[in-house]
Design a protein around this ligand. Structure first.
Ligand SMILES: Nc1ncnc2c1ncn2[C@@H]1O[C@H](COP(=O)(O)OP(=O)(O)OP(=O)(O)O)[C@@H](O)[C@H]1O
Ligand SMILES: [Mg+2]
Length: 267
């Protein structure tokens, strides 16, 4: 059986965490980076976006996070209609982990994680660095859960790439978001550790009914952990289907770059 080429033919889910219709986005006039993307992610699922470098994965994530304008189409995220004018959805609802992580290098791991709780707290206390004890405890628990208990007091610039990625995950979990958008957030971790972290996160996704949309290159992890895979190539969705039933041999061509390099690990 070959690969299904899919337009947005799925029956509509009752509730979607992400509902994108005919999305077009260009950084410069008429240079389209996203070319009519349709994407409907049901609540409570873990979806992976794959595709070669430059396909538009980060661009799509940023549009969903409300951080990039778009020119055409409709984008709804957790019931919030984005207007394409950089009004992001509430951070209480959508947590975004950028490819560059966005950590404050001079603060400790714990302080960075606590910054995630700012989304949930008003008042001056947190901005002055006074967090409720319960928040500090929760922040420590997330660091512990992600294997960073002993790094809480270490400043971010002294952490490895994989450790920083885990700090960024903990910070996002502190927001208590309903939807997490994660851009290559375990790419600096070795495979066994990435698998452990993703299993932990999947546990949270299931337990709390969250939705996770992420970019991920490692095929084994996608097969083991994702519900659904979407392949973006040259700004278009060229495939989507359940992760468990993918035929990887024919799938490979879809995620390969034109020059033959693949953005996918584990072939
Ligand atoms: N700020 C920008 N201004 C202009 N063009 C951009 C900008 N950011 C990205 N692009 C272009 O848009 C296209 C898609 O980039 P994007 O970062 O979304 O790709 P990607 O799929 O995330 O790639 P990677 O796997 O390397 O992270 C690329 O051609 C890139 O050069
Ligand atoms: Mg990217």
């Amino acid at each position: 059986m070959g690969i299904r080429q899919v337009a947005n033919t799925e029956a509509p889910a009752l509730t979607a965490a992400v509902d994108v219709r005919d999305l077009w986005m260009a950084y410069r006039p008429d240079e389209w980076v996203l070319k009519g993307v349709n994407l409907r992610v049901p609540k409570g699922q873990l979806w992976v976006v794959m595709g070669p470098s430059g396909a538009g994965k980060t661009t799509l994530m940023k549009v969903l996070a409300g951080l990039l304008p778009f020119q055409r189409g409709t984008v709804e995220v957790m019931g919030f209609r984005l207007r394409g004018d950089l009004t992001p959805p509430s951070r209480r609802v959508v947590g975004y982990i950028p490819q560059q992580l966005g950590l404050v290098r001079g603060l400790t791991a714990l302080e960075n994680v606590l910054l995630g709780s700012l989304a949930r707290h008003g008042g001056l206390g947190p901005t002055l660095g006074f967090f409720p004890r319960s928040e500090v405890t929760r922040a420590r628990e997330y660091l512990e859960m992600l294997g960073l208990g002993d790094k809480a007091e270490t400043r971010v610039f002294q952490l490895s790439g994989g450790e920083r990625q885990r700090v960024a995950i903990a910070r996002t979990l502190m927001q208590d978001p309903k939807l997490i958008l994660a851009d290559e957030f375990v790419s600096d971790l070795d495979l066994p550790r990435a698998a452990r972290i993703l299993e932990t996160i999947r546990g949270l996704v299931r337990e709390r009914g969250l939705t996770l949309v992420m970019n991920l290159h490692e095929i084994q992890l996608v097969q083991e952990l994702a519900d659904h895979v979407v392949v973006l190539k040259d700004g278009k969705i060229v495939y989507h289907g359940p992760a468990g039933t993918l035929e990887w041999s024919s799938f490979r061509a879809l995620v390969e770059a034109e020059d033959g390099r693949t953005g996918v690990a584990g072939w």
